[in-house]
Design a protein around this ligand. Structure first.
Ligand code: TYM
Length: 335
């Protein structure tokens, strides 16, 4: 607890093209709840290198992502927005937590299995211990809540297990974090295969709306979205494609399921898909414009990067020192 408010941590990878799923499942909620908490929002570039990255592209994408956080409405004076790689405590705590995490636990992680299958030529140890670095991110700031999409739930569970295990040996060192799932959009599905989540690594670009897609592309992808032959706009598991489009429409407009269903009562899929495209574009195009404006303001962004890394480092190191002391590392000598 800082300044009477609870603490929140979340992060996003600067890998690939961010999707509407990242925005509706995470970033949008971050903005909505940011006033209630002391927030740390990291661009988790250290996680990104578990898959091979081109250095220049990674650097560029990291900066785009950081400016997107701001463009979405996170105030950098109130929220600590920083690059994970600028706070060395993340790597240091991850090493320590590796020694409190079992191979069996990590072996059960579905994302590890998925990513290993996708990158069979590069199943590195970092990919395996990825959730431990994620635990370090969260526990360093003594986060009470972690807003994520449904796909990150398993990583949150292991974080809680690691923290609980550490606390049971050394006393109350870590806050046990709670997951925060948004009421809408916690799992946006692919437009081409509504049984799969919308993902930046999807081979079919028509399955995902990317945050940087222009309006024509957004409209085209929505119009091509896979639906069914039922012909009615209903929120039902039997109609996963339509259900996903309703979810997207709700998340972009703030309307309830009933309101959406009523609005499109008697209308065809064509009209509905066009309307979905319009509301998505109405959210994404201003976001893109603001991101581009911020990106051009180099001095302002550099100031945020520097100042917030120092702030994050201050809190992270407080926890790290406590942990180092608990486990018996020699005290630093002060002159
Ligand atoms: P990442 O970068 O894959 O995704 C960032 C956030 O977007 C959410 N998300 C989705 N939500 C709804 N529908 C979708 N189709 C969808 N796709 C992605 C994710 O759930 C996530 O909240 N390991 C994390 C990053 C991370 C992190 C952390 C998160 C590193 N350390 C500590 C929280 C706390 C990741 O790869 O997210």
């Amino acid at each position: 607890m800082l300044d009477g408010k609870k603490t929140l941590f979340s992060g996003m990878q600067a890998t690939g093209n961010l999707t509407l799923g990242n925005y509706l499942g995470a970033l949008k909620n971050w903005v909505t709840i940011s006033d209630e908490y002391n927030c740390f929002y990291s661009v988790v570039d250290m996680h990104s290198i578990t898959v091979r990255q081109d250095p220049a592209t990674l650097r560029k994408r990291a900066r785009i992502l950081l400016t997107l956080y701001l463009a979405a409405g996170l105030d950098p004076e109130k929220n600590c927005i920083y690059y994970q790689s600028h706070v060395s405590a993340h790597g240091e705590l991850a090493w320590i937590l590796n020694c409190f995490t079992y191979m069996g636990e990590l072996n059960r992680m579905t994302q590890f299995k998925d990513k290993s299958a996708k990158h069979a030529d590069n199943i590195n140890a970092g990919l395996f211990t990825y959730p431990v670095l994620m635990a370090a991110d969260i526990l360093l700031y003594q986060a009470d809540v972690v807003p994520v999409g449904i796909d990150q739930m398993q990583h949150l569970e292991i974080t809680r297990d690691i923290a609980g295990r550490f606390n049971s040996i050394y006393g109350d060192v870590f806050t046990i974090p709670e997951v925060y799932l948004g009421k809408v959009g916690a799992k946006i599905m692919s437009l081409q295969d509504p049984s799969k989540k919308m993902s930046k690594s999807d081979e079919n670009p028509n399955g995902s709306i990317y945050l940087m897609d222009d309006k024509d592309t957004i409209m085209r992808k929505c119009k091509r979205a896979v639906t069914d032959s039922v012909g009615m706009i209903r929120y039902s598991d039997d109609q996963p494609g339509v259900k996903n489009l309703i979810e997207i429409y709700r998340a972009c407009t703030g309307k309830s399921v009933d309101e959406v269903v009523k609005e499109f009562d008697g209308k065809g899929y064509g009209d509905f898909k066009t309307a979905v495209g319009e509301v998505v574009a109405a959210v994404l195009i201003p976001l893109q414009e603001e991101q581009a404006r911020l990106m051009a303001d180099k001095a302002y962004i550099d100031g945020i990067i520097k100042g917030n890394a120092e702030k994050a480092g201050y809190y992270a190191n407080k926890t790290l020192r406590k942990v180092q002391k608990k486990i018996g590392f020699p005290e630093r000598v002060r002159q």
